[in-house]
Design a protein around this ligand. Structure first.
Ligand SMILES: Nc1ncnc2c1ncn2[C@@H]1O[C@H](COP(=O)(O)OP(=O)(O)O)[C@@H](O)[C@H]1O
Ligand SMILES: [Mg+2]
Length: 252
């Protein structure tokens, strides 16, 4: 689909983005585009700035230089109000789950709806229930985060990221801590959101199987830059030495 995909509109565009924390340079000229309805995978060693990058896209962090655009808008320049508007279109699955401990599962998933819509209570509960069903935990609604496993928390986070039916979803390691069967379900769900609803997404992920299932393109983030970007087949066949070392011998 590469040829066709290149004619689609750019939804997320990073251009020469630099970001440091104190003397630590994390992003050193990061650039890439994500086109409408496509999924970009991001792989790279731990601590290279993958989560930092996603935080820029959703406006939780601000770059030192360069440009981060979503739907043609410069994220760092948006007013609070416009950023809130933009965020209504975006879902974010946090790497650490980020559930609120004193709220039930249902209340956690309902949060984006309560913040961003004026839907009546019964409709909110219905939408939440449908998303919990979709991620395979229809009966978990009354549980507290402390009562559920890590894998289940991940699925609650996913239900929350999807509950407003966003046009853009950022997934930060959606498979971490999930067993293979659940992982396959989650991957199939991500694929479906893209194919059926045309969601545009970025997926930070280590698992090759997930990347191959859900991504149209994959980017290797190393030393603060995108050093390889290609469709999965080409990406996993790349002979870039650092990427080869990162992937290990099995995946060749
Ligand atoms: N808010 C912050 N303040 C200072 N350093 C940070 C902050 N967020 C991330 N970092 C640092 O930036 C680097 C990249 O982090 P991160 O994006 O979380 O890596 P990963 O690629 O594993 O997701 C790490 O060294 C991390 O310690
Ligand atoms: Mg991370």
């Amino acid at each position: 689909m590469a040829g066709e995909a290149n004619e689609r509109r750019v939804v997320i565009r990073l251009k020469d983005v630099h970001k440091s924390f104190g003397s630590q340079q994390v992003l050193k000229g990061m650039s890439f585009d994500v086109r409408d309805g496509t999924t970009l995978g991001i792989m790279g060693p731990s601590g290279t700035g993958k989560s930092v990058l996603l935080r820029h896209v959703i406006g939780l962090m601000r770059q030192d230089s360069g440009s981060v655009q979503v739907e043609g808008q410069e994220v760092a320049d948006l007013s609070r109000k416009d950023l809130a508007e933009l965020r209504k279109k975006m879902g974010y699955l946090f790497q650490e789950g980020a559930l609120i401990n004193w709220l039930t599962v249902t209340e956690n998933v309902a949060l984006p709806l309560r913040e961003n819509t004026k839907l009546p209570e019964d409709e909110i509960l219905d939408l939440v229930h449908r998303k919990l069903e979709l991620v395979g935990i229809p009966d978990a609604g009354e549980k507290m985060p402390s009562e559920i496993s890590g894998g289940m928390k991940k699925r609650v986070g996913l239900a929350r990221a999807m509950v407003t039916d966003p046009e853009i979803i950022l997934y930060d390691e959606p498979n971490a801590g999930l067993d293979p069967e659940i992982s396959r379900n989650i991957n199939a769900l991500m694929r479906e959101l893209s194919d059926r609803l045309g969601v545009t997404s970025i997926v930070v992920e280590h698992r090759v199987e997930c990347i191959k299932t859900v991504c149209d393109e994959v980017l290797f983030l190393d030393e603060g830059r995108a050093v390889v970007q290609a469709p999965p087949e080409e990406f996993f066949a790349s002979d870039h030495p650092r990427l080869r070392r990162f992937l290990g011998p099995e995946s060749a």
